[in-house]
Design a protein around this ligand. Sequence first.
Ligand code: ADP
Ligand code: MG
Length: 274
Amino acid sequence: MRIIAVMNQKGGVGKTTTSVNLAAGLSKMGKRVCVVDLDPQAHASLHLGVEILGNETTIYNVFTGEKKMADSRRLVAPNLWLTPSSLDLAGTELELVDTVGRELILRDAINEMVATHPFDYMIMDCPPSLGVLTINALSAAGEVFIPLQPHFLALHGLSKLFETTALVTRRLNRNLRVSGIVLCLYETGTRLAEDVAQDLSLFLKQSDPEAPWYNARIFQSRIRRNIKLAEAPSFGQSIFDYASKCPGAQDYGMLAEEVEGLAATRQAPLSKAG
Ligand code: ADP
Ligand code: MG
């Protein structure tokens, strides 16, 4: 099982769009996927057609310890599950302030769930902050994907984000790696986007080989700016159900294949040895 945190403390860079459509793409390839919505704004839940109005179980109840993760997940499409979020989650930071081990609540909940309900992928859509919810995601994850909008300030703020992953690697989760960077809202035909990609690739190559981001790859699949991707959430549909032939569906379909291919390369040495 791969547990991926889709993270960037900036809002509007494509975290939710990527979490939902990558998950949908993988599920259509036959993988069992669970999306964990960790943003109190619940955009990923809405994008998958789930709106929490009453007192249904959400990830908030998992953080407070009232419910198990398996009780909060629901099937939203073939092979695709969601653990929804709700606005209550906005209070978690304060509510957990005195809780010992609050950084590890999600990791424990996931471990308990997958013992009986296994998945191929868990994809966590993080909120736009580096608070306790994001730290929980990083403590539970094996990998971090960073969606990035390639404009001239894109790399600004990345150092803070990398520092946070390094801190979590040292203190909470030694296995965590930044494995991929997804260029979102990509403008084809501009030099700027390619320049940002090159700067970033140079930065990664020159990093400390011990850094959790040293082996990060910039995915070849660039997610072009495509209006259908912005429309799909209001219909509660992934891009594949909303407009299966549009450029957005092509780009996320390619990304899903690339991510799955990365699994093959990551697992190759293991299968040789075993
Ligand atoms: P985040 O979760 O990082 O805040 P979102 O995924 O919600 O970012 O994206 C921000 C906004 O941009 C949303 O309205 C989304 O529909 C839109 N959007 C994201 N990616 C694209 C794209 N490739 N083309 C067009 N609109 C996009
Ligand atoms: Mg979001």
